[in-house]
Design a binder for this molecule. Structure first.
Ligand code: ADP
Ligand code: CIR
Length: 358
């Protein structure tokens, strides 16, 4: 059974959320007294509790979502909390709905010709997806030995990549100079360090052990190792050629997938640490200048209606700079991978038309 001290922390966390009038997280919206009482005594086989699920959102009242899954079982054991959050975040994906079959968009990349052939609006395009290695829980339940073993496994996979465009080098975070690390972060290639949302979720233990980045020479194909998810597979390049970016991502995912079994759930698709990334795990984004329409008060509403999410220039929870925004598909669950990319593509195309007319 759950330690009474942990139950107390859960109840205190609930009170903290109740008292926080300025908190707008999905956690606060759906963690009712009834849900607390139903779930506070439950524990996954690996020993994770409701506290592991909610502690990041309790410590960070400005969270958008506020919960993480410590292991795969948490999504079912704590479903009375996860399900409504998932439904709210992913365009109404209900408890009886299932993630469709995988369709990365192979053979369909011609559907995405350059969004900005004159190079006037889009600085760069990026598509990423996440994967979890079968047989390992998510961050809070991993030991240092797990991290090192997982890093060893994926390093071996990287060494087998012979495709001339994708082949590259794995750079462990341990031993990387601060100068190199900070440059990679500033240039948008590497995950940041000290993310308070992840830290409060116990997702940064033993840092930097087992963490690192693989990339090809031109930094157009990259893989993050053991940051928020076990793997983040990324394709990016300057300009607005979404088709080319997707084509490269598909090539990379297929190579890696052929050598590592990943955790997939029949209903939720690819499993990830954060419920916002379930399903396709795909976030397709552009860094785009839209000086006219982004100055309008209705810009956020326009993007919401197009099912787009706005982020700042250095990723989630960062600010825009120089009028450049990160615009991406918001939902990742309940649609196919190629549909997720199309949501970003069609939405951004529309935004560019609005900007031209403004
Ligand atoms: P994620 O995409 O994994 O959800 P973030 O929002 O933190 O995570 O973004 C990670 C990094 O990727 C940040 O440095 C961000 O600026 C960069 N990035 C995202 N989209 C683009 C893009 N279209 N072009 C260049 N960099 C991008
Ligand atoms: C939040 O709730 O704002 C953070 N926990 C991040 C949530 C979604 N972001 C993500 O998956 N990277």
């Amino acid at each position: 059974s759950v330690d009474p001290a942990v139950v107390k922390k859960i109840e205190d966390g609930f009170q903290t959320l109740e008292n926080a009038k300025d908190c707008h997280s999905l956690l606060k919206k759906y963690l009712t007294k009834g849900v607390v009482d139903q779930l506070k005594d439950k524990k996954t086989k690996l020993g994770a509790t409701l506290l592991d699920v909610i502690q990041s959102g309790v410590a960070n009242l400005d969270s958008g979502v506020g919960v993480y899954a410590p292991d795969a079982e948490a999504y079912t054991l704590f479903a009375p909390l996860f399900n409504p959050i998932i439904e709210d975040y992913h365009n109404g994906f209900g408890p009886n709905q299932k993630q469709p079959q995988i369709d990365l968009g192979e053979g369909k990349t011609h559907l995405f010709p350059d969004l900005d052939p004159e190079n006037k609006y889009i600085n760069s395009t990026r598509i990423r997806c996440g994967r979890s290695l079968q047989g390992y829980p998510f961050n809070p339940c991993l030991t240092e030995a797990n991290y090192l073993e997982m890093e060893g496994k994926v390093k071996k996979i990287f060494e087998t990549i012979t495709d001339s465009e994708l082949q590259g080098t794995y750079y462990p975070l341990k031993g990387m100079t601060k100068e190199v690390q900070n440059q990679l972060i500033a240039d948008h290639f590497l995950f940041k360090e000290g993310d308070r949302f992840l830290q409060a979720a116990n997702a940064c233990r033993y840092w930097p052990s087992g963490r690192g980045i693989f990339h090809n020479n031109s930094k157009t194909f990259l893989v993050w190792v053991n940051e928020e998810d076990h793997l983040r597979i990324i394709s990016m390049q300057n300009g607005g050629n979404v088709g080319q970016v997707l084509e490269r991502l598909i090539k990379g995912v297929k190579i890696i997938q052929s050598q590592a079994p990943f955790s997939r759930d029949d209903r939720l698709g690819w499993l990830t640490f954060c419920p916002s990334n379930l399903g396709t795990t795909v976030r397709a984004s552009v860094h785009i200048k839209l000086p006219k329409i982004s100055a309008k008060p209705e810009f956020k509403k326009i993007c919401d209606d197009l099912k787009l999410q706005i982020r700042g220039i250095h990723g989630e929870h960062s600010e825009s700079a120089g009028g450049v925004y990160d615009i991406s598909n918001k939902a990742r669950l309940g649609l196919t991978e190629v549909e997720a990319v199309k949501q970003m593509y069609d939405g951004v195309k529309h935004l560019i038309e609005l900007e031209k007319k403004a």
